[in-house]
Design a binder for this molecule. Structure first.
Ligand code: HEC
Ligand code: HEC
Ligand code: HEC
Length: 370
């Protein structure tokens, strides 16, 4: 069985010939190249997953325009793009024929970019009794909890350098729960999976990463974004506290704590109610630590993430078997009112609050009893 799966490895052979195992080492039909959820990870990824084609994006018109702006000859060859869109390219630089082959087949975001390079766990992971923490020590990245997943996904889904922002790369707004829903799933979620918790952990990790990036590349835009996420966490009433430590560790601790504790239906509902009732971020004196010129951006960042939050928390209530609490058309209006943060001003903020009032009212109308 094992040798059928990993035909590149013969018993007794040193494992480093598969130094970087590409998707090819996962795709045989007895392993992950079959049909259905249990054996179909490879086919789901290849057919439906946006990551499979992530490198093709680098040759489209928009990428060419960005490359020109950056003075890059070819986006598909430049590390400033391949690091996220075609990460196996780095592997090709190793120089062996096997690694060149891997980089060719796995030109997009591959299994190893989420699960870790399989060189040391390829054999062990087929044994159902092999302890997960031992596999983790061999380099298989744990992805079970919201915190663990956030740490993998955020690396490519939140941080853009100033240069890429200026070259008009699409803005990256890390929202873990929606992303996991959008991802064509090749796994089953455990019973008790909470969209609300996944959302909240994702926001805390987005804050941590933005704060860390602000330490490297400080600017007012980032300050505005950081203050917006902080305001959002605070508004959930779920115990966000940054006193005492630096922001990066506060956000990390908080993410871990939320991820590790169960989140009940009642807690999710309470968070949604608090977020819908909070108006402080829209007051004139809100975000006073942000440079005056960028305060409306902070409100815009807040509005953008709040609309996503309301959607995810609503989804969480639906998923836990409750009736839909917010009507789709009112929610759509809220999304429409969340204009690009950089274009926010008094008028757009006012418009957003009107829509928010409407959502809050619709929730009160339909929420049964509590
Ligand atoms: C930090 C990781 C990261 C880097 C670096 C990066 N991208 Fe992206 N890029 C993404 C992600 C994630 C998306 C998907 C955004 C979404 O839809 O939410 C994306 C989306 C895009 C899109 C829009 C999708 C489409 O189909 O048109 C283009 C174009 C693009 N990237 C080009 C580039 C180019 C060119 C570079 C280098 C100059 C680059 N990217 C560097 C992560 C990155
Ligand atoms: C974008 C990131 C990503 C990519 C790319 C990816 N996976 Fe996954 N995979 C995940 C996540 C997240 C889980 C859920 C893990 C969990 O809940 O423990 C998962 C789960 C799995 C599982 C189920 C594990 C279990 O214990 O239930 C298998 C098998 C798997 N992936 C194989 C693959 C293979 C093979 C590829 C490439 C063809 C691949 N994955 C590509 C993120 C990814
Ligand atoms: C190695 C970098 C990398 C990692 C790690 C990664 N992604 Fe992506 N992801 C990308 C890029 C690049 C794109 C844009 C694909 C394209 O060019 O259209 C993307 C696109 C997506 C999309 C479609 C666009 C969107 O935002 O709706 C989803 C959904 C997604 N990723 C989910 C995830 C999730 C969930 C994880 C973690 C389990 C993850 N990704 C980890 C690089 C990555």
């Amino acid at each position: 069985m094992i040798s059928a799966c990993f035909s590149q490895v013969r018993a007794g052979e040193p494992l480093d010939i598969v130094k970087v195992s590409g998707s090819q080492s996962c795709m045989t039909s007895g392993c992950h190249g079959g049909a259905g959820l249990d054996r179909g990870a490879y086919n789901i990824w290849k057919r439906y997953d946006p990551h499979f084609n992530a490198s093709a994006t680098l040759t489209n018109g928009r990428s060419r325009a960005m490359a020109r702006q950056l003075g890059i000859e070819s986006a598909a060859e430049s590390k400033s793009c391949t690091i996220c869109h075609s990460p196996m390219r780095q592997v090709a630089q190793v120089g062996s024929a096997a690694s060149a082959e891997v980089a060719k087949v796995d030109s997009g975001v591959s299994c190893a970019n989420c699960h870790g390079s399989a060189e040391n766990w390829l054999l062990s992971h087929t044994r159902p009794d092999y302890p997960k923490d031992a596999l983790a020590r061999l380099g298989m990245r744990p992805l079970a909890s919201a915190y663990q997943r956030a740490n993998q996904c955020v690396a490519c889904h939140q941080n853009l350098t100033d240069e890429l922002v200026d070259a008009r790369h699409p803005a990256l707004v890390f929202e873990l729960d929606g992303m996991l829903v959008a991802e064509p799933k090749h796994w089953r979620e455990e019973k008790g999976f909470s969209n609300a918790k996944t959302w909240l952990v994702g926001q805390a990790v987005a804050l941590r990463e933005t704060a860390a990036q602000a330490n490297r590349q400080p600017n007012e835009r980032r300050t505005a974004e950081i203050e917006a996420i902080k305001a959002l966490l605070k508004a959930t009433g779920s115990g966000w506290d940054e006193s005492g430590k630096d922001l990066v560790s506060s956000a990390d601790d908080y993410a871990k704590r939320i991820s590790g504790a169960p989140m009940s239906h009642e807690q999710s509902r309470a968070m949604l109610a608090k977020l819908l009732a909070e108006r402080t971020p829209f007051q004139p004196d809100a975000f006073s630590v942000v440079d005056k010129k960028y305060r409306s951006w902070a409100i815009g960042y807040y509005a953008e993430r709040l609309a996503l939050a309301v959607d995810r928390l609503n989804q969480s209530l639906i998923a836990s078997g409750k009736k839909k609490v917010i009507a789709k058309d009112v929610l759509d209006e809220l999304f429409d009112a969340a204009k690009p943060p950089e274009s926010f001003d008094d008028a757009t903020a006012e418009e957003f609050v009107i829509k928010l009032d409407r959502v809050a009212k619709s929730q009160l109308d339909t929420a049964p009893g509590r």
